[in-house]
Design a protein around this ligand. Sequence first.
Ligand code: URA
Length: 270
Amino acid sequence: MARRSKTPRWLEAARRRGTEGVPEGGRADWLARALGRAGVMPRASAEAAIRAGRVEVDGQVEVEPFAPVGPGRVVRVDGRECSLDARPWVLLFHKPAGPVVHGSDPEGVGTVFERLRAVLPESLQGYEWYAVGRLDRDTTGLLLFTNDERFVRHGTAPETHLPKRYVARVEGRPGEVALQRLREGVALEDGLTRPAEARLREVDAVELTLTEGRHHQVKRMLAAVGHPVVTLHREAVGRVALDVAEGAFRVLRDEEVAEGLGFRVEQGSV
Ligand code: URA
């Protein structure tokens, strides 16, 4: 059932206990999420483990998944001490056509999270993975995942302007007039698009590099200039290009994340 309250659940939990459990500095952090980002276990498993009484904080069993946790707490799962220090990771995944980039999957078509988990080694299974932005179900190509919500914000914030390079096979044969309109900005119902790079790769394939990421943007832009998209593939984000087979992933090196995506990874900083 949909939740009616807009108050974050960690804050509701903190209020129920008074202010005592709220971390210093007001950072919104709660037990199940902290376990997921630190790679102890993904959030849903952490919530179940906490509710089942398997998790202790500072020697007390904690059954509230949204209990606020601050630094310095000693957390044990099944009696074993776990560090909540999180190491930020960014994964590059080659999305196939088909799965949705959503946690929920009412149509049962499969999600990218399931596809990613199916190829992750044991050492990366314990993390909660967030997709950085969206690709449509039928779009293939480069999709980033991370355990660091700050990287999600960096990768999706309109002001970051990370370039994203797509190749779209389209209906018809786009000419210079259509390409020029794509470059200069197309009037969509949510406003004019930012200047983009556009060139023809083949008579019916357009390479389009955008520095924003609105909903269905490539499809809407190409439809607006008279060339609806037939297939869409993302080749690169920032200076990071797709270099793994469909359905496969790899871990990006810290230098790739810094130089290619403009985000400095600091150990234990998530
Ligand atoms: N633009 C689209 O239209 N679809 C995508 O999946 C990505 C960008």
